[in-house]
Design a protein around this ligand. Structure first.
Ligand code: TXA
Ligand code: MG
Length: 319
């Protein structure tokens, strides 16, 4: 057991990074669990704390875009255009990795995902660290990503040295991962920056099909993700389902006369995305058996939301 320090000081948190420890920190998407990208021993602690398979690569987080030369060996023209439009922000571009980045950080791949969070406290923390950090989401592997510091504490207290305490995250879903090593940008994971937004900047941008070889490039998508302990069921018509004492509901429409133990009606897709993982965790805390989630149109943020819902509803595989 490690004593987990909870602090609001980015400098104090950076001290743990300098000492070769791992630190959870807020970003605009979800909380991340960071380690010095050049310290293999520290990176091993990320995989151990999360119970994450070592073939699942980590994203490099930069304080500002000028650090990109330390982690990537090239920045293709399309990547440059996308970064100019959406960075700092919830966009991760996959680039050829710099030789000094250990392959432990990239799950054995010769590429690296890179992003600059648009979050004041994250930027202060990253600047105080002075080195790029690799950081997956700060949850136990397979659990919903944490959108509050308390969710991080629930999963990782006693397993990590420090939590940098910030507000609940603004977006609530993870960044969009775009492979920029091929001829045209390829979306490996839908996220906060939408397909439509990306196509406005680089019209050739494509979406990797769910079962394609391209999708296999993003090893994380092979694992079950984002799942609460309750069974997740995606429904089209909230009026048609029978709730009950052990069932919860989240969606855009009111679920009619049916009674649920917990009900969350969201005003729009952005609010639904913001609430989803927190709702999953609230349901787990009270031992809910089933969570009914209303399907949304797979457009805009709805594409990322449906991706997370679909994976949460899968049974069988574990991370
Ligand atoms: O918003 C986010 O992206 C959050 C915050 C903390 O920045 N991070 C995050 O990391 O969601 P993680 O590790 O939970 O998810 C990273 C995803 C995984 O599906 C992983 O396989 C993929 O990005 N990925 C990372 N590096 C990659 C690479 N070099 N090639 C292909 N996919 C990569
Ligand atoms: Mg994750």
């Amino acid at each position: 057991m490690t004593n987990t320090i909870i602090t609001r000081s980015p400098r104090k948190a950076a001290g743990f990074i300098h000492a070769g420890e791992v630190v959870a920190f807020p970003t605009e998407t979800v909380y991340g669990l960071g380690a010095d990208i050049f310290n293999e021993k520290a990176i091993r602690k990320i995989f151990a704390a999360k119970g994450r398979p070592e073939d699942n690569p980590l994203i490099a987080h930069l304080a500002n875009i000028s650090q990109i030369v330390a982690v990537a060996s090239a920045v293709p023209h399309e990547a440059e255009k996308l970064l100019a439009a959406f960075s700092p922000g919830p966009l991760t571009v996959v680039l050829p990795k710099h030789e000094s980045v250990p392959t432990l950080a990239t799950g054995g791949l010769l590429t690296i995902g890179v992003r600059v969070p648009a979050h004041a406290l994250a930027q202060k923390f990253l600047a105080a660290c002075g080195v790029p950090l690799v950081a997956p989401s700060a949850n136990l592997s397979g659990r919903p990503s944490p959108t509050t510091w308390q969710a991080v504490a629930t999963d990782l207290s006693g397993r990590i040295s420090c939590i940098l305490q910030g507000a609940p995250t603004a977006v609530g879903l993870e960044s969009t991962v775009v492979d920029c090593t091929g001829r045209t940008p390829l979306i490996l994971r839908a996220g906060a920056i939408t397909f439509e937004q990306l196509r406005e900047v680089v019209p050739e941008t494509k979406l990797a099909a769910g079962d394609s070889r391209e999708r296999q490039k993003s090893p994380g998508t092979r694992y079950k993700h984002y799942a609460p302990q309750a069974q997740v069921k995606i429904i089209e018509h909230p009026g048609d389902v029978t709730g009950g004492d052990e069932a919860a509901y989240i969606g855009l429409d009111r679920p009619g006369a049916t009674k649920f133990k917990r009900t969350r009606v969201c005003g729009n897709t952005a609010e639904y995305a913001h609430e989803l993982f927190a709702f999953f965790r609230q349901c787990d805390a009270v031992g809910m058996k089933t969570i009914f989630c209303q399907a949304v149109e797979p457009q805009g943020l709805g594409l990322a939301l449906m991706d997370r819902l679909t994976r949460a509803a899968q049974t069988g595989t574990t991370a």
